[in-house]
Design a protein around this ligand. Structure first.
Ligand code: ACO
Length: 324
């Protein structure tokens, strides 16, 4: 018996911000954003929408696609760096809103790798007897974006994606995974204030410390190395070569990171899912949104091998290989 992905769903907000918008608010250009990051537009949550609102719609769609009712779920795991509030968890808010029984529900924090970490945890629960585990990646990074900082504000968008995990003995299965972290360079990507180290105060707000601080070019180098390592180790565990992959679904942080990773894996770009041009970096949302897109647009069929790789704040990274 193995764990398989029984259904997928996603949600991206309707409101679109294109690159021209950023030309008006910071010293940047459409050309710089497109060539340096690959982003053309991104989706932004409305003032009324919090992370759980995005996650709720994605979860409903994943449940529908899996043919499962919320009352039959046995766990809800949400990867997010931008929960509605520090507590209670987004998972608990969704337990109530979806109408699930009083099951285990919680959030995990692993930066942009949060969805894959949650998937790994969910797989373990399924293999230990839990039925129908809902795994979500949802973030509203634009709520912690500094719109006066041109080095970060052009990069981020909001999105949520979800999958339902089940146990079965068909060919569809999660075949291998690899997860890692290294906290030694955490300062390169972090949100300084709002936690116990630096609680919210007038001073932290005045100094703009509740927003994403990132040294992008340093993070870039680590990201390529880590995503390739995650891919290589995950493939090796399953004795699968990159050439057997139907599709690589990488975290969408920068088109140049994606292209460099694909090149090192000797994968042509037509076997790599890229949607960063339309959504930007949506943190834990990127991979489940891309996976749902791959399913809905027919880019993957039953039996295909798919590798997902991510890298994010922490730093964290990981890979999950599955047969669809
Ligand atoms: N418009 C115009 N110029 C800009 C902009 C902008 N929006 N942003 C930066 N620049 C300038 C810089 O100021 C710098 O100017 P200088 O040479 O005069 O000092 C120049 O462009 C080059 O800056 P770099 O930071 O070296 O640019 P780079 O090519 O590295 O691109 C980017 C920056 C897009 C941020 C890239 O480094 C990147 O994508 N990094 C990785 C992001 C990532 O993977 N994050 C992890 C996951 S995200 C998460 O977990 C939330």
């Amino acid at each position: 018996m193995r764990t398989y992905i029984a259904g997928t769903g996603s949600y991206t907000p309707d409101k679109i911000l294109n690159n021209a918008y950023f030309e008006k608010i910071v010293d940047t250009s459409d050309e710089w954003i497109r060539t340096r990051s690959g982003i053309q537009e991104r989706r932004i949550a409305t003032d009324e929408q919090a992370t759980s609102d995005l996650a709720f719609i994605a979860a409903q769609r994943a449940l529908k696609s899996a043919g499962i009712k919320a009352k039959n779920l046995s766990a809800i795991i949400v990867g997010t760096a931008t929960p509605d509030m520090p507590f209670p968890s987004t998972g608990c808010l969704l337990q109530k809103r979806l109408g699930a029984p009083p099951i285990m529900a919680f959030d995990i924090s692993a930066g942009c790798t949060g969805f894959l970490y949650a998937l790994g945890i969910g797989e373990n629960f399924v293999m230990n007897g839990y039925e129908n585990v809902l795994v979500i990646g949802a973030d509203t990074l634009t709520r912690i974006t500094d719109y006066t900082d041109r080095t970060t504000c052009v990069l981020f968008g909001d999105a949520a994606g979800a999958v339902v995990l089940k146990r079965g003995d068909s060919k569809s299965a999660i075949l291998a995974s690899h997860f890692a972290s290294d906290g030694s360079s955490w300062e390169l990507l972090h949100q300084p204030a709002g936690g116990s180290r630096m609680p919210a105060s007038h001073e932290t707000v005045d100094k703009r410390l509740h927003v994403i601080k990132m040294q992008g070019n340093e993070v870039f180098k680590l990201a390529v190395r880590a995503m390739c390592e995650a891919a290589a180790i995950t493939l090796k565990k399953a004795k699968v070569s990159a050439s057997q992959l139907k599709l690589l679904i990488p975290h969408q942080a920068n088109i140049r990171i994606i292209e460099a990773s694909a090149k090192r894996l000797h994968l042509p770009m037509d076997r790599v899912l890229v949607n960063i041009d339309r959504y930007g970096n949506t943190s834990t949302g990127t991979i489940p949104v891309a996976l749902d897109e791959a399913v809905r647009t027919g880019r993957i069929d039953k039996g295909d091998l798919v590798l997902m790789v991510a890298f994010g704040a922490g730093f964290t990274w990981g890979g999950v290989l599955f047969r669809y």
